[in-house]
Design a protein around this ligand. Sequence first.
Ligand code: SAM
Length: 264
Amino acid sequence: MKRRRPLGQNFLSDPQVAERILDEANLDSGGRVLEIGPGQGQLTAGLLDRADSVVAIELDQKLCAVLQKKFGGNPRFTLIQADALKYDYSALGSELQVVSNLPYYVATPILKRLTVFRARFKNMTLMLQKEVAERVTASPESRDYGSLSVFLQLHCDLEKLFDVGKSCFSPPPKVDSTVIRVVPLPAPRVEVVDEKLLFRLVHAAFFHKRKMLKNNLSMWKNLFQIEHDNMNIAGIDLARRGESLSLQEFAAIANHIHASHGSS
Ligand code: SAM
């Protein structure tokens, strides 16, 4: 079969890596699994062995025909030809475990969309490019810390499980990969009155990464205060850079702006 790189079609060719992903997914034997981008079914057969049922969302029509031929006879397998970026996951019910080797060209937006629908998912075991795994798990002060880290960490527990080299795929991707575990939290990690406002603030704080908060947050300068010669907002020193702020500190500033302005 001719492989179409534009759809991120780097298929897992190392069965040991597939086995390790399935082990880490720790599937409930009576549970339901959602697989995004099943490809030629490299993970699907193992998922069907371990879970009660599998719903797979694949965009490529030709691959859907291959999958239908391989697994279509199994009543515990449902194939949906759709774009995972647009799919309405609420149609699938809840308590799903997600297992996926994501298409890397859209891994970040798919991860964000899954996070938006997080109430549907018990946990997710995802392979994505190492660089994205570093960003979502990054802590303040690290090079990879940014708005994606803040968004994911506000709503989920995240854990890096293991790295996978390029040679474990066919054709090999240009970048290394990492498998991560994502467990949605029942409530946001910190109390945020207005999440839209929080992310306006976070984007502004990271806009010029090397600049101090007093420059990046100038749109809220009417709320800046001076205490002991230090300029601050919600008690946070504005000489600091956005990359040094914890989730709690971002939330404190956002809640302070909300209390002063009333809305986003
Ligand atoms: N699961 C297989 C494996 O582990 O080898 C294939 C993984 S491959 C990295 C990504 C898969 O996602 C491909 O089958 C590709 O066709 C599919 N895909 C790409 N874009 C998609 C999208 N927007 N929605 C759903 N599937 C997509």
